[in-house]
Every structure is written in structure tokens, then in C-alpha cells.
Design a binder for this molecule. Sequence first.
Ligand code: GRF
Length: 207
Amino acid sequence: MGNKVVKKRLALFASGRGSNGEALYKAMCDDYINGTFVVIITDHHDAGIVQRADGWGIPIVVIERSDYDSKADFEAAQLEALAPYGVDGIVLAGYMRILGRQLIDSYEYRILNIHPALLPSFPGLHGHRQAIDAGVKVTGCTVHFVDAGMDTGPIIMQNTVPVLPDDTEDTLSERLLPVEHATYVEALRLFCADKLSVEGRIVRNEE
Ligand code: GRF
């Protein structure tokens, strides 16, 4: 018998095309990340991730906000959908909704997110555009733990790309996307290997 540690059971939350989710899925298939997506949750039935994940053999649960009267009911549906899977963590990859408090508290330091800017600069929507408009010469991506704020949780990993004089949102996001994928793969690898610890704002890599 080998001494391989049990794989982390993870939920993937995505609202859009799902390229980060796919990069992570491939790294799991290659056994680079010691984890497995056991469920995918999306808030759009026609999100790109739904087509992309077709054939992965992972259940996809659609939980749309418009089907619920209140944010509390929507959050209850998310918690209920997660319950049977006994997940060790939640991976947000282009999930365009703020998580509810109960979800965040239930999974403290076990929810990861990727943001397309160097936090704490340019949180919220349109990270690329904010960077261009601010005239910064370098931007990047941030993988962080999720807390109750908007992109405010402790930072796990960041990587940079240059901002070029003629950049548009499209050219900048095209340059950044492969860096996002690599950064998220590396951060999730460390999380799944239990190498990350959090002291206040500081995330330590014990590897
Ligand atoms: C990425 O730019 C990510 O940083 C942001 O949303 C985008 C998702 O892209 N949070 P994808 O759906 O993973 O392709």
C-alpha cells in the first residue's frame, strides 16, 4: 500500500466560461493536485462551464438566483446541494455572486477564489479595466481565501503580467488568463496538500 493522502473533495462554483475550472480539473486528472471536483454548482443554466464539463462525469447543479424569493433561500439551496457531497473545500472560478454568510462561516479558510488583479488593488468587477484606467504598468492575478468582504480575504498567491500602452481589456485579459490558470493550479495544489496555514492576514506556505 502506498502512503498517498486521501484526495480533497471539492466543489467548483462557476458562472461563466469555466477556463480556470478546466485548468484545475486537468491538473487533478494528472494527479498534480491531490483533489477531485465532486460537484459543480453554477448560477446560470447556460454557462460555458456546463458545456465544458460535459463528459467529466461530475454532477452539475444549477442554482439560479431568480428561482428563489430571497438571498437566504438561495443560500439555503446552495448549502443543501453541497450537503450530500461532504466537501473539504469550495473553489470559486468566475463565480459572479457574493457568497452568503452561512456558507462562508461553514467553510472558513476552505473557500478559494481567483481575482484578475493584484489585490487589494482593483477588487470587484472589471479588474482588468480598473488596472488599465489607473495607469498601472504591472497587474496580475490573486488567489485568496474568501471572507465576508468583496475580494478581501487572506492572499494565498499572486503573479504578475505587464500592462502595455495599447492594452484593452481584451488584450490584457488574454495575456493574464494563462497566468491565472497556472497560479490557481499551484495555489490549489498547496491547499490540497495541507500546506497552507493562516495567521490573521498572512497565509503561510509550509512546503
Ligand atoms: C477570470 O478572469 C477570473 O479571474 C475571474 O473571472 C474570470 C473567470 O474566467 N474571477 P473563467 O470562467 O475561469 O474562464
